[in-house]
Write a protein that binds this ligand. Structure first.
Ligand code: F6P
Length: 404
């Protein structure tokens, strides 16, 4: 075992995925046999101060000098603990806090002077994600007491941090990362940083422990062979949805991501009903391929009435853009955005479920399982089976399973 030691200092506004990232890095390093521990200032705050006080935005105001002192004290306590940890058997200490101002980071650099420090700034300004993250956060007991003021108070807290926020710049070693996309925006390192290649790789890898990728069950349009639209489930479709619910009853599913179309939502509802604590989040990114002027037509109609469309699409299905609609290729960015959103909101859970559509699920599958572009639009996406996908550093699994 190497005796290299490292402080990883996270920074970013609240609800930017810092704590989730901290857990992800800790688990990955531990799996590699590298003793790693997280030092989270929020945990100390919750232990030493009353929730009544710390859930209110005023606790985070730079003008509230008593609270400023408390927050400094928690940072100091964690630095002391992290230092002691690395002095003993620990190899990586992850400092999880907003660390938004330069002043705080200068204190960290000054105090944690015995090993290398690497800063990571988490950036994510996607409104949708922010709103969804906040909606989930305020369900925590810490915010429960604020009732309908919880979201406003949390937004105010973010605004207070904005006042002192200074992006990483003068620090010697850092990465600024889009924490939704897992994409590095900027990196700088002046010193040799232990575990750097591994750290960088862990930051950008999309990992999924269990993804259950389901296609909505049978609809009226499916039996008529019509494409697109927003038709309801058939009797058989409803039975299939109930069977899915029973199949997944014993698995803990916290979120089911769907498109905005009724057929995916109704399928998800039947699954959700059998769970103890499950929510449906509908993302427009997972809507089925937009067939433009061909929406609601059957393939036979298209062949007869719009033979040029039929022929051209047949010749190059992946690239063909429906008149006023999309192609597989043009829908790719939104599908990837949907995957990123779903993973961002669900990162801590072991199971993630998406109820999508034929073309959508093909794109999701091809994100994890390499396929030639020309083959993607032909991936088999049945309605009586689902895909179980595992994609981690040390395991890749794609299994098509029956649920009835
Ligand atoms: O037929 C169901 C459906 O989901 C349609 O709504 C969609 O246009 C189609 O599948 C996508 O599959 P393909 O690209 O093979 O036409």
């Amino acid at each position: 075992m190497s005796d290299e030691k490292l402080y990883i200092v996270l920074m970013g506004l609240p609800a930017r995925g810092k704590s989730t990232l901290a857990v992800r890095l800790r688990d990955a390093f531990r799996k590699d046999g590298i003793p790693t521990r997280i030092f989270n200032n929020g945990n100390l705050r919750r232990i030493y101060r009353s929730l009544d006080e710390t859930s209110r935005s005023e606790f985070y105001s730079p003008e509230n000098s008593a609270a400023v002192e408390w927050r400094k004290e928690f940072a100091r306590m964690n630095m002391e603990r992290a230092k002691a940890y690395l002095c003993n058997s620990g190899q990586i200490a992850i400092m999880d806090a907003t660390n938004a101002g330069r002043e705080r980071r200068a204190t960290i650099e000054k105090y944690l002077d015995d090993h290398s420090i690497f800063f990571i700034e988490c950036i994510n300004d996607d409104e949708d994600i922010l709103n969804l993250s906040i909606r989930e956060k305020i369900k925590l007991p810490e915010f429960a007491r604020l009732k309908d003021k919880a979201a406003t108070e949390f937004l105010k807290r973010i605004d207070y941090y904005r006042i002192i926020y200074t992006p990483l710049k003068v620090e010697r070693n850092y990465i600024r990362i889009d924490s939704l996309q897992n994409m590095i925006i900027e990196e700088k390192h002046n010193d040799v940083i232990p575990f750097y290649d591994r750290l960088r790789d862990y930051l950008v890898t999309d990992e999924v422990k269990n993804l259950f990728l389901i296609r909505h069950t049978e609809t009226e349009y499916n039996i008529e062979n019509r494409i697109g639209g927003d038709s309801p489930l058939t009797k058989k479709g409803k039975e299939q949805a109930t069977a899915l619910g029973l199949f997944f009853k014993k698995k803990k599913i916290s979120y089911i991501f769907t498109s905005k179309k009724q057929r995916t939502i109704d399928t998800a509802k039947a699954i959700c009903e059998k769970q103890d604590d499950c929510r449906i989040l509908s993302l427009k990114e997972f809507d089925e391929i937009n067939a433009g002027t061909c929406e609601r037509m059957t393939y036979e109609d298209i062949e007869k009435k719009m033979p040029h469309v039929f022929k051209k699409r047949g010749a190059s299905k992946y690239h063909y853009v429906y008149p006023d609609g999309e192609s597989y290729k043009t829908m790719k960015p939104r599908i990837i955005q949907g995957i990123k959103k779903a993973f961002f909101l669900n990162r801590r859970a072991n199971n993630i479920m998406i109820v999508g559509h034929q073309a959508v699920n093909r794109m999701i599958l091809s994100h994890f399982l390499y396929r030639r572009e020309d083959d993607v639009p032909y991936i088999y996406i049945p309605q009586d089976r689902f895909y179980h996908i595992v994609s981690t550093q040390d395991k890749k699994l794609f299994e098509l399973k029956r649920y009835d």
